[in-house]
Every structure is written in C-alpha cells, then in structure tokens.
Design a protein around this ligand. Structure first.
Ligand code: PMT
Length: 417
C-alpha cells in the first residue's frame, strides 16, 4: 500500500522569530511511518519541525505551517491509498505577520488570530476509496470528542489520544489510545509504546483494504498475535468439559462451566435494571461473567460447600490464571487478568452485580431438580443463606428474590431447614 503520513507540530509565525505551536515531538507519526516502511509499504512522510533523525528509506517533505502542510498533503494525496494524520496542526495563526522582528514596545496587548485551514476537512471531498485516519488529542471526554471528529471529518478511523496523563500523548515514547471506527467499533488499547500503537493502526488499515473493508480490528494479520489468540480460543473449549455440581433444570445431566457463564451473560443483560448501581457498565459485567470461570479449566470446579477444596482454591486459581491468560498477547493477558481479579475482589459495583448473578443462577439450578444436589451433600438452609448473603451487595432485589426461593425450597422439602 502507499501511505501518506503526517507528523509533528506546525508553527504559525507572528514575526520572523516568534510563533504559535504545540508540544508535538513527531514521535507518533514517525513511529507509524517506520512501522509502515518495515511492513514493506511505500511511505511519504510530511513532517513539521521536529528534532528526530531522518527515517531511512522514507521521503520526507518538511513543512512549517498548517498552510504548507495542507499544500504538501494535497500534492501527495492522489498517489496514496491511506492518509494518516498524526500531526498536531496548529488550529490558529496570527492574522498579521510582521516581516521584521517586532520590538518590545511595538507588541500589541492582544493578538488577533484566525483559524488555520483544516487539512482533513479540506481534503474530505477528494477522499474517494482512500482510507483516512485521523487522531484526536483530548484531555477530557476523549471518546465522545473523538467520535465527533470522526464523523465531522468523514474519517474511517480516529485514534483518540488521551493526552491528560504524563505517559501518554505529546513528547513521550508511550501512548494510550482508543480506536474508533466509522462502523462503530471501539477498541480501547492499554498503555503501549508508540511503535506498538503504530502496528495496531496499520493492522486495521491493512485489514480494511484486504478483508472487504470490515476493519478486522480483532483479527490481526500479524500471525504471531492471531496464533496466540487462536491458541487461547482453542484452549477455552475445555471449559465445556468442566462439570459443575448443578444439574440442568430437567435433572438430565450436570451443567458445564461454559453453559453457566453463558447463562450469566444473558442474565446480566436481562436483569441489569435490578442492580443497586443504576449507572452500571453492563459490558464490563458481561466480560466478567464470561471470563470468571475460565481458570477452572486448570483449577477445576470447587464445590462451594467443600471446605477442604476451598482452602487452596485461591492459590490453584492464581496459577491457572497465569497459565491460561498467559496464552494471550501481552495487553490482552493483562486485560483478562484484571477482569478476573476485579470479579474475584468483588469491590466494584460491576463485580458485586456479577457475583450476585453467579450466586442466583445456581440457586435456580438447585431448586429446579427438587434440591437433589443439596440433599446429596447434606446442605442446610442456614449454609445457603450465609453463602449467598452478599447477593444484596450487588442487587437488593435479587437477594429478596433469592431469600424467598430458599424459604420455598425448605417448605417444599428440597432443602433441610
Ligand atoms: O508528536 P508526538 O509528541 O508523538 O505526540 C503525538 C500526538 C499527541 C501529537 C498525536 O498522537 C496526536 O494526537 N495527533 C493529533 C493532534 C491533534 O491535532 O488533534 P486535533 O484533535 O486537534 O485534530 C484532529 C485531527 O484533525 C488530527 O488528525 C489532525 O491532524 C487533523 N487536523 C487538525 C487541525 C487542522 N487544522 N487540520 C487537520 O487536519
């Protein structure tokens, strides 16, 4: 593919020595250019004034102002397949530019400014089938602001850049970004090196061009990454063979862990209105319930009333989490680890609600087949009440419902008082 990439700041002069600009170092744009070159693409780099070494093998068009950047991008647009605007173009420039250095006593107390040309907006009508990628440097409402710019500038992808933290954004080697696409995909990346962010952007652009334009944010072309994800996907098939101590409602067989997780995910969608916290992040709850039992592939299902088994459960599950999530690419390993740890800690509103669902669903499965599993393990109602009491932390409504189910089970003789 042929990439046209912009990097660095622009400078908007008010006299020969003074200008308006920003803190862009060019690192992000240069990282994209180098990554694209290393993947064998043709690259033209339009660069504002930076102090980075010239990237070998890449033609660089050096510019200073937004107007010059517009001219350079416009000239090279025809012969590119993808435009990536990582440059921090100054939004304003002085109306008057003095040819001579202004004297101290000449300086006005206020500076009259006008907007610079918006490069992406200007070139929007010439986009055609090209891929347009923009960046949005934001300090607040990062995703909402980026989404607005994505639509306004007619982009295919915008890289929402949180520049409020010292390790992300301007003049550092790392970046924390969210990829938002015109078809509504949102991928939140963890803190990564700018080179790794560049690779993820290129993955998306390449997939968009080769996979029928579907973006393919989750199917990375780089085989090492996809292989790791595929290994994990194959490995979690084993969850379907981990049997729980709960029977299906018709009593025909034991339920497996994958079925249990799926059931919780559907319950989360249906029952969110009963969560104590009204502003619950439902997507997070669903991720938690889908991930929470994966460790049981190695650690096995520990029956909740098995005292001996519960003594070393935490240690067994830690080792299992290390091996299983360790199959994933680094940042996804961290993400899965953190989702699992959040569920286990039961401190956030989302974790409390997920845990409530994880308790209420087995109650139904014990009640349904007339309490045969409770009976066979000699479980008493006090134990069930005690074990499930924390349902109320996630949902008082579900806890009232659970209590009435337990009372009913005792009345019907499914559970010993
Ligand atoms: O250079 P670094 O130190 O590595 O820092 C990286 C970075 C923070 C500069 C980079 O990651 C980044 O976020 N670049 C875009 C910064 C920016 O100008 O954002 P914006 O929200 O103001 O602009 C939105 C998009 O429109 C950008 O793609 C920008 O290039 C483009 N734009 C902006 C103004 C303008 N007049 N014309 C434009 O085309």
């Amino acid at each position: 593919m042929r990439f046209l990439i912009t990097a660095g700041p622009t400078r908007e002069f008010m006299d020969p020595v003074r200008f308006l600009s920003n803190r862009s170092s060019g690192k992000m744009g240069y990282a994209i250019a180098l990554a694209a070159r290393d993947r064998g693409h043709e690259v033209v780099l339009v660069s504002g004034p930076v102090s980075l070494p010239a990237p070998g093998g890449i033609p660089v068009v050096s510019v200073v102002s937004a107007a010059e950047m517009l001219e350079a991008v416009s000239t090279h647009l025809e012969s590119c397949d993808a435009l990536v605007m990582a440059a921090a173009v100054a939004d304003w420039r002085p109306v008057q530019v003095s040819e001579q250095k202004m004297k101290k006593n000449q300086a006005a107390s206020s500076l009259e400014l006008e907007p610079t040309p918006d490069i992406l907006m200007t070139l929007k009508p010439r986009k055609g089938s090209r891929t347009f990628v923009g960046f949005a440097a934001e300090t607040m409402d990062v995703e909402a602001e980026a989404g607005r710019k994505l639509a306004a500038k007619g982009l295919d992808l915008i890289v929402a850049n949180d520049v409020s933290q010292p390790d992300s954004g301007f003049d550092v080697d790392t970046n924390r970004v969210v990829l938002l696409t015109s078809d509504g995909s949102v991928v939140r990346l963890p803190l990564l090196s700018k080179r790794e962010v560049a690779e993820r952007i290129l993955d998306w652009v390449e997939m968009g061009k080769t996979a029928g334009g579907d973006g393919g944010l989750y199917l990375r072309a780089a085989s090492g990454r996809l292989e790791k994800q595929w290994d994990f996907i194959r490995e979690i098939d084993k969850l379907k063979s981990v049997l729980r101590r709960t029977l299906l409602l018709d009593g025909s067989r034991y339920e497996n862990d994958a079925e249990h997780s799926w059931h919780l995910a559907v319950m989360a969608v249906l029952l969110r209105e009963h969560a104590n916290e009204p502003r619950l992040d439902l997507a997070r709850v669903i991720r938690m319930v889908l991930v929470h039992d994966i460790v049981e592939i190695d650690a096995g299902d520990t029956y909740c009333y098995d005292e001996a088994g519960n003594r070393d459960k935490v240690a067994r599950e830690q080792v299992a989490a290390g091996r299983l999530f360790g199959l994933l690419p680094d940042e996804q390993r961290q993400e899965f680890m953190s989702i699992w740890a959040e569920f286990e800690a039961r401190e956030t509103a989302e974790a409390k609600f997920a845990a409530a669902l994880d308790r209420v669903q087995p109650l139904m499965h014990n009640f349904g087949p007339a309490g045969v599993v409770w009976k066979s393990h000699g479980v008493r109602s006090g134990q069930v009440l005690e074990r499930n009491r924390h349902v109320a932390e996630g949902s008082r409504v579900l806890w009232e419902f659970a209590e009435s189910l337990i009372r009913d089970a005792v009345k019907r003789g499914y559970l010993d008082p």
